[in-house]
Design a protein around this ligand. Structure first.
Ligand code: PLP
Ligand code: COI
Length: 341
């Protein structure tokens, strides 16, 4: 199969319309079989649930080309499980896990020419989503939905690749206590737009959100969980009921403990203790692991010892091991690599 003629190395994190997408509709109480289409547009009722009351959720995962030329995805079963969990929270009919994985397989296979080659620094980002398409005007769940999966080849989420970034402590909250922060609802991202536009305008790459109830504990950023490393080499990640359970973070904590033999802690992390950590990174499908060099707290700077030029030593080890597993260079724990072609 001939790959598309793209300059893979210069891709940022943006939308490029690939040849195929998968579409399945929920009508009369059931999901139809669905199938591939080349049409990247939609016609919707002006009164669709997604347009009126933001009834929509999404997932994000990637397809990788391994060193020996296979196309694989990473733990898609966990994306399927998380999407089902989000659906329950938003009164969207769940899609069975098997159907989710089958759709991902079909769309990636059909777009194999768009999967960036091994070593190019790019990957194929896969975006499954479900939205209410039936009309609603009184506040209520829609009766009809669409599940859609498209793909887009992407490079690094943050400009500058894996160079450390600067983030700021946000004055806005990402999620309410007992709200929707633990699920991947589109509305969480709508709520974060004001804060991210403002952060970028002021020269910051991302926002650090604190817990909305006491504003003393670290939660996450707009699109990634935090990992910290203590001066004695323990990997620490915040535990909170209002952060998204990142698949990358759960995988990295396993890698840290079981493969690298490091001490790990998932616990509440007070902002007050952040200045004492040796390393800080953001982790997620899009972010992979993006090292944080500096945190700005209303003009007061916390600068991590590794500086602004390179990742800290343990962050680098975690990055190398995770990407090594995803690209097939390092043996994966059972069930982590899902072969597509
Ligand atoms: N936190 C938020 C708010 C996110 O949007 C994402 C992205 O999916 C993550 C964390 C990272 O999750 P994952 O590693 O499953 O991509
Ligand atoms: C992902 O990492 O897949 C996400 O959904 C994060 C988003 C901010 C791009």
């Amino acid at each position: 199969m001939k790959k598309k003629d793209l300059d893979w190395g210069s891709l940022g994190f943006g939308y490029v319309s690939c040849d195929y997408r998968f579409v399945s509709n929920y009508e009369n109480g059931a999901w139809d079989e669905g199938g591939l289409t080349t049409d990247n547009t939609l016609v919707l009722s002006e009164c669709a649930g997604v347009l009126q009351y933001a009834q929509t959720c999404f997932e994000g995962l990637k397809a990788y080309t391994t060193e020996d030329g296979r196309i694989v995805t990473f733990r898609p079963d966990l994306n399927a499980e998380r999407m089902a969990n989000t659906c329950r929270r938003l009164i969207i009919p769940e899609l069975p896990e098997g159907r989710f994985i089958e759709a991902v397989e079909k769309v990636v296979k059909a777009n194999a020419a768009w999967v960036p080659p091994f070593g190019s620094g790019a990957t194929l980002y896969i975006r499954p989503f479900i939205f209410g398409k039936g009309p609603v005007i009184g506040v209520a769940p829609s009766k009809e939905y669409q599940f859609r999966v498209f793909t887009t080849p992407v490079g690094p989420y943050f400009k500058g690749g894996v160079k450390p970034i600067t983030i700021r402590v946000s004055d806005y909250d990402r999620a309410a206590p007992r709200g929707s922060g633990h699920v991947k609802a589109g509305l969480n991202y709508a709520m974060s737009l004001f804060a991210i536009v403002d952060a970028h305008a002021k020269g910051f790459d991302e926002n650090m959100y604190l817990d909305p109830e006491t504003r003393t504990k670290v939660e996450e950023t707009g699109g990634a969980n935090f990992l910290f490393v203590t001066k004695d080499g323990t990997v620490v990640t915040p535990k909170s009921p209002s952060i998204l359970p990142s698949i990358t973070r759960r995988s990295l904590m396993y890698v840290a403990k079981e493969i690298l033999g490091l001490k790990t802690e998932e616990r509440e992390v007070y902002f007050e203790e952040v200045k004492d950590f040796a390393e800080c990174g953001l982790c997620g499908t899009a972010a992979v692991i993006s090292p944080v060099g500096k945190i700005n707290d209303h003009g007061k700077e916390i600068c991590f010892p590794a500086g602004m030029e390179k990742m800290g030593e343990i962050t680098q080890k975690l990055y190398d091991t995770l990407t090594g597993i995803q690209m097939g260079r390092i043996p994966a724990p059972e069930g982590w690599i899902h072969e597509i072609a």
